[in-house]
Design a protein around this ligand. Structure first.
Ligand code: HEC
Ligand code: HEC
Length: 221
């Protein structure tokens, strides 16, 4: 579910970017993804999605809202009508994303601290990429320091056991080592940026993913 939702968000962002660049094919592609995702969620069982109380089929009704709004966006993109694309996005938010979240996204999930840590890491990562792309090395250094601070908190015992619910000693050690990898490579990004070695900084971000983020998700998500 979380994955489908991050993809939903990604598609909405893509529509915004594509329409700004008058890339109506890009708009159509993202709208088609939103439509197909709504259909596949409608076909999945609510139990598998972790929805315990469907509240009189409202859940499916919101998915139907997503399907129809995505259809309207698709039609608008076919006519290369930017205003109609935005009207479709408004419909998507109003008839699907917002009401479904207010009914079904539990409060504790909104505040789920593990997700908050990760969101923080993603934002730092996005800023680092922006900084590397446009040559804003101060931004790269600042955000790689932020990333190191968050990764360091992820090595604390209480955080590993209470926020991420990892209790077995060996798994705790594995978790800590992976968090240390993120911290270490974020440190390398910072050093490389300070020395204006951009290629090294890019290589360090890649190692951060392949030796930190990805293996940790494979083992602990
Ligand atoms: C049919 C219901 C439904 C619709 C429609 C829906 N969502 Fe969600 N969304 C949820 C639920 C339930 C969660 C909480 C999932 C969880 O945390 O397990 C969620 C969570 C999210 C999250 C947070 C993921 C996280 O935990 O970090 C984002 C972002 C999101 N949705 C974006 C969207 C966008 C954008 C749309 C509209 C295009 C949308 N959603 C439409 C039900 C819906
Ligand atoms: C030490 C382990 C670990 C490392 C390292 C790690 N993550 Fe995560 N990440 C997790 C776990 C566990 C979850 C699932 C959290 C949950 O669902 O409660 C997660 C979830 C996520 C999510 C989904 C958020 C959500 O709403 O559930 C994103 C996005 C994410 N991580 C990004 C990153 C990025 C980017 C990095 C590297 C810079 C990274 N993570 C490094 C353990 C890690």
């Amino acid at each position: 579910m979380v994955r489908a939702m991050l993809e939903n968000l990604h598609d909405v962002n893509r529509i915004g970017l594509a329409v700004a660049l008058e890339d109506f094919n890009g708009v159509s592609e993202a709208a088609r993804e939103l439509q197909a995702r709504a259909i596949s969620l409608q076909e999945a069982s609510l139990e598998d999605l972790g929805i315990e109380d469907p509240r009189e089929n409202q859940f499916d009704a919101y998915l139907e809202g997503q399907r129809q709004a995505a259809g309207a966006i698709l039609e608008a993109a076919g006519e290369k009508d930017a205003a109609a694309v935005f009207a479709g996005v408004e419909l998507l938010f109003g008839s699907a994303c917002m009401p479904c979240h207010s009914d079904f996204r539990e409060r504790h999930q909104l505040l789920r601290p593990s997700a908050a840590f990760m969101t923080d890491m993603v934002h730092s990562w996005q800023d680092i990429n922006r900084g590397l792309s446009v040559g804003d090395l101060d931004l790269v250094m600042r955000r790689s320091r932020d990333l190191q601070s968050v990764a360091r908190v992820l090595t604390w015992n209480e955080v590993i056991s209470q926020v991420f619910n990892v209790s077995e000693p060996e798994r705790r050690i594995a978790f800590r080592l992976l968090a240390q990898q993120v911290s270490r490579y974020a440190g390398e990004v910072e050093t490389a940026a300070a020395q204006e070695k951009l290629t090294d900084a890019v290589a360090a971000t890649r190692s951060m993913w392949s030796e930190g983020c990805i293996p940790c998700h494979q083992q602990f998500r």
